[in-house]
Design a binder for this molecule. Structure first.
Ligand code: SF4
Ligand code: SF4
Length: 583
């Protein structure tokens, strides 16, 4: 066995490859994204980004039906999108092994909510495994494929941010090459019309019962002996927090947390003075154990956010692990759009128009923050268009209503919202912020970019043609780096009756390989009016004199600030220019 230093996400990809998975499909979302990117680099596999998680799971169901082991990846909120097929796939079961990697984000480092995906396992009636580190991530994904085939069920592998992104030593093995299982027509298993579904529903209980039996006798869980007043039941990364915070305590780490292996916990409970549960995000284990009549101690763990060894120690009255004191006196650094971001000009124009802006999920959500402060809502993927339509239905007439949505999000779930807006003759303007990449999750491709995850050129969705095909007559394109043109297109769109679409196409500043020469501020001409400061470009700062200054190291020469300075104080730089001192 070789040993490699892998992140949890890399270990999941490696484990799926070792298990003989041939197909990987998912939608990018932190903290899950790197799993599919790593899987795509493995020899002999095929991987693709789907426009959303529901489609990803449906593709996976098809390839599982077609007889090849398949990995599906998503973040926790993506499981909401994939819930529809998941809740029926537990009834149909699988062909070859089907494993869903779902990465939760306790503490919401980059998410809009803090949901606990373990609840979906109980809801959908599918087994769920929780690795606590990279080594277990690899081992558990291999186990998940075996369980999926053995019990004819999709299996969820639930990781969290700390497991996904921490690195650890992992033992790796060769790939288990597997023959494709030939497709066999079995409508009683795969056609979930009520007559078949009722039968499969009863079979589902039987399959889950067998999983529970297996989980109780398999020895897959880990028990650490110890002494003290409580024995701790835990799972996932919390296991490591418990071992660090309560080094002498007896610990039962559950690997399969749904269906709950109650006999294993009861056996542990009989051998310790009192049982306590340590888990983050939700009281999923504690609720299940209490419902089964196991006496679980109340421990004052925080109900929200990530746990740490310090928080666990504090809750149990143990010695708190020393930690470096937080630094104070640091200047506040709110997140800002990058220098040269193509979204900046759109938000600048929307703020000037006093538009009500329904927003969406992506880096452009930063348009809600000062100094742009031009976005009013952000709920979930694709919500911007439906909310704009609803807002106009509610009679909002004093201010223009504009939805903004990124290219990947538009493909994910904006298209149906736009269809609804058109079908119902709504009166909102939709701005598709096409920066040619799924930027927030780290530069992935999507159906609008013209490239696949395997690096091949492909068709590129023509958004104006699509909008027209959906029945929107008023469709325009605009260059977001041309601020006057952007503003006049927006004003014309909101003034025209009925639905309208503006496609704003400008490359993400991080994607652009070449940048123009930086600009500088002519101190003589600058009046300290601060208009350029309100663009929120990180390259522009205010001197103690009140005048603007541009950091030539950060400036990418997008010229958006040049267009807002009516005193012509922002000027090109270069050896021939005498523009005052550049910082
Ligand atoms: S907009 Fe022009 S005049 Fe106003 S602060 Fe910026 S550089 Fe100076
Ligand atoms: S040209 Fe202006 S807005 Fe563009 S990156 Fe440079 S300082 Fe920022």
């Amino acid at each position: 066995m070789a040993r490699s230093l892998l992140s949890g996400n890399e270990a999941v990809a490696r484990g799926a490859w070792e298990a003989g998975a041939l197909v990987g499909v998912g939608y990018p979302g932190t903290p899950s994204t790197e799993v599919l990117e790593a899987f795509a680099c493995m020899p002999g596999v095929y991987a693709e980004w789907a426009p959303n998680e529901k489609v990803a799971l449906e593709v996976a169901a098809g390839s599982s039906l077609g007889g090849v082991r398949t990995l599906v990846t998503m973040k926790h909120v993506g499981l909401n999108v994939a819930a529809d097929p998941l809740l029926t796939l537990s009834h149909t079961g699988v062909g070859a092994g089907l494993v869903l990697l779902v990465a939760d984000d306790p503490g919401m480092h980059s998410s809009q909510n803090e949901q606990d995906s373990r609840n979906y396992a109980a809801f959908a009636k599918v087994p769920l495994l929780e690795p606590s580190d990279s080594a277990e991530a690899l081992a558990h994904v291999r186990l998940a494929f075996d369980l999926s085939e053995r019990f004819d069920l999709p299996v969820i592998l639930r990781s969290t941010t700390r497991v996904a992104h921490s690195k650890g030593l992992v033992g790796t093995e060769d790939r288990e090459e597997r023959e494709r299982v030939p497709y066999e027509k079995r409508p009683e298993k795969w056609v979930m019309m009520p007559g078949n579904a009722r039968v499969r529903r009863l079979e589902l209980d039987e399959r889950i019962g067998r999983v529970r039996e297996w989980a109780e006798g398999s020895g897959v869980h880990t028990e650490v002996p110890g002494g003290g007043p409580v024995g701790v039941v835990t799972s996932g990364v919390c296991y490591h927090h418990v071992r660090e915070a309560l080094p002498g305590a007896p610990v039962l780490k559950l690997s399969l947390t749904w269906p709950l292996p109650l006999a294993v916990v009861r056996d542990f409970a009989e051998r310790v003075r009192r049982v306590a549960v340590v888990e983050e995000a939700d009281d999923f284990l504690a609720r299940g154990l209490r419902a089964a009549g196991i006496d679980v101690a109340d421990v004052p763990l925080p109900a929200a956010g990530e746990l740490t060894p310090r928080k666990v120690a504090a809750a149990f009255g143990a010695t708190v692990v020393p930690a470096r004191a937080a630094l104070d006196d640091l200047p506040p650094r709110p997140p800002l759009m990058c220098p040269g971001c193509p979204h900046r000009g759109v938000f600048h124009a929307l703020r000037r128009m006093r538009a009500v802006v329904t927003g969406d999920i992506g880096c452009y959500t930063l348009g809600a923050l000062p100094p742009l402060a031009a976005m009013d809502t952000c709920v979930c993927m694709g919500a911007s268009i439906g909310m704009a339509h609803g807002l106009s239905l509610a009679g909002e007439a004093s201010r223009p209503v504009v939805a903004v949505i990124g290219d990947s999000t538009f493909a994910h779930s904006g298209v149906t919202g736009l269809m609804d807006l058109s079908y119902n003759r709504g009166n909102a303007t939709v701005v598709v912020l096409d920066n040619r990449v799924t930027a927030m999750t780290g530069q992935q491709d999507n159906p609008l970019t013209g490239r696949t995850l395997m690096g091949e050129s492909t068709v590129e969705v023509d958004v104006p043609a699509l909008a027209r095909a959906l029945g929107i007559a008023d469709v325009t394109r605009v260059d977001p780096f041309d601020l006057p043109a952007t503003e006049s297109a927006l004003r014309a769109a909101v003034e025209s009756p009925g639905p309208s679409v503006i496609v704003v196409k400008g490359e993400c500043a991080l994607l652009a390989r070449e940048h123009a020469e930086p600009f500088g501020v002519d101190e003589e001409l600058c009046t300290a009016c601060a208009v350029c400061i309100r663009l929120g470009c990180p390259a522009i700062s205010k001197e103690s004199s009140g005048k603007a200054a541009i950091d030539a190291e950060l400036c990418v020469g997008c010229a958006q600030c040049v267009q807002v300075c009516k005193y012509e104080a922002i000027v090109a730089t270069g050896p021939a220019c005498d523009v005052g001192e550049l910082r």
